[in-house]
Design a protein around this ligand. Structure first.
Ligand code: SF4
Length: 181
């Protein structure tokens, strides 16, 4: 039986496909809905796209909300919420890997108190750390060595190039495996 599926996956933040889930005043740049270049790159390379839950919208149980900094989100209740969602995403990743599929990358959104990868905006400027959800997810999947790439929505080139490199490496790996068979 011919099965033409791609076995490569990327996990992306919910708002990469639906920026309307962002807090008020956050959608400032070129894209009004999806942040297209990342999706285009993934689609052009036949990578299956898995949308992770929006941590903040599911916490507030509504979409319209003011932006809140790390200090306001760093509570026991919000951290428990992140923990539950991180566990669920980690399980999904494990399931894929157990099925011999590949997870080539996880994307985050820089400055988000929940989903950033390298830096959070605080009242004292940028702080170098992961968001509350991303740090928990990272701990749970560390053994898999999946690249986690942070998207800076103002300057996307760097993260786009990072994603491109990860895709190229994956392609080379698949090619090598094919030749070894
Ligand atoms: S919590 Fe994450 S998915 Fe939701 S809007 Fe913020 S960065 Fe996007």
């Amino acid at each position: 039986m011919i099965d033409n599926r791609s076995k490569c996956f990327a996990f992306v933040p919910f708002c990469l496909l639906a920026q309307a889930y962002q807090a008020q005043g956050i959608v400032k740049y070129e894209w009004k809905s999806s942040i297209k270049p990342f999706l285009q790159l993934l689609m052009d390379n036949d990578i299956n796209i898995i949308q992770m839950p929006c941590i903040e919208a599911t916490y507030h149980q509504q979409l319209v909300r003011k932006p809140m900094g790390l200090k306001k989100y760093d509570t026991e209740e919000f951290n428990n919420h992140c923990e539950i969602l991180a566990e669920s995403v980690a399980k999904e990743i494990k399931q894929l890997l157990d099925s011999q599929y590949q997870v080539i990358a996880i994307l985050g959104i820089e400055q988000s108190p929940s989903c950033c990868v390298n830096y959070i905006y605080t009242n004292h400027g940028n702080e170098h750390r992961k968001g509350l959800f991303m740090e928990k997810l990272d701990k749970k999947i560390q053994e898999y060595h999946i690249p986690i790439i942070g998207i800076n929505r103002k300057y996307i080139t760097k993260s786009l190039n990072q994603l491109q490199s990860v895709i190229e490496l994956q392609k080379e790996k698949l090619e090598r495996e094919k030749n070894d068979d």
